[in-house]
Design a protein around this ligand. Sequence first.
Ligand SMILES: C[S@@+](CC[C@H](N)C(=O)[O-])C[C@H]1O[C@@H](n2cnc3c(N)ncnc32)[C@H](O)[C@@H]1O
Length: 232
Amino acid sequence: MTKDLFGKALLDYHSGNYTADIMTSTNISEEDELPLPYLFRDFNDMPKLEQKALKLAKGTILDVGCGSGSHSLYLQSKGFLVKAIDISVGAIEVARKRGVKHAELKAFLDETETFDTILLLMNGTGIFQELSEVGKYLKHLKSLLNPGGQILIDSSDIKYMYEDEDGGIWIDAHANYHGELDYYLSYKGEDETPMKWLYLDFETMNLACETAGLACEKVMDGENFDYLAKLS
Ligand SMILES: C[S@@+](CC[C@H](N)C(=O)[O-])C[C@H]1O[C@@H](n2cnc3c(N)ncnc32)[C@H](O)[C@@H]1O
């Protein structure tokens, strides 16, 4: 069970109690700040990849892992019908308070409605958790698409995180896939239960889509080895 520290942080920020940021680290990287205002970004403060995804959205939309609802709110303001889901109690409470009309506490694999656009943003492959689960998640994504529908998802090739000062890469060929990370989060001195978080390079995504019977197209590259893909 998680302590929902992510949700607590969102609730604090939303209610004007912003005194600390979320701290994150992984099994291959040092502690890093995740500034709470970033989780409440509006369109102009979003990375180009996310702006592009929002511009491509059409029809009925599912925002998976909506967090505080930033993407849903933008799309709602453009007149789209949006459903936002998240497994964080705090995130859903904040999304509703911010005005997301249809926000539900629900894990992605429990979703059953179908949509024209499914959005998974801010390393959307993270919720797949590990490489061996990708097929299952892609299959479920496919089952939630209306005819002609699209999935817009971002991720990155984190090979660069394994680079040493001399530019050498120290990925162990016998270890698990290099995008599988153990992810640690803490907030105000409390530690969250460790999570698995998956980064998927485009080639691996492409192959997995082929197996799942989805067409996979790179829409654009981001600034940090990241990319936006469209699956249909
Ligand atoms: C990195 S945050 C991104 C939040 C938001 N999309 C944004 O860009 O600000 C990932 C979100 O996914 C949610 N999440 C993780 N696993 C999930 C799952 N299986 N189903 C639904 N939401 C999930 C987390 O609770 C968290 O709010």
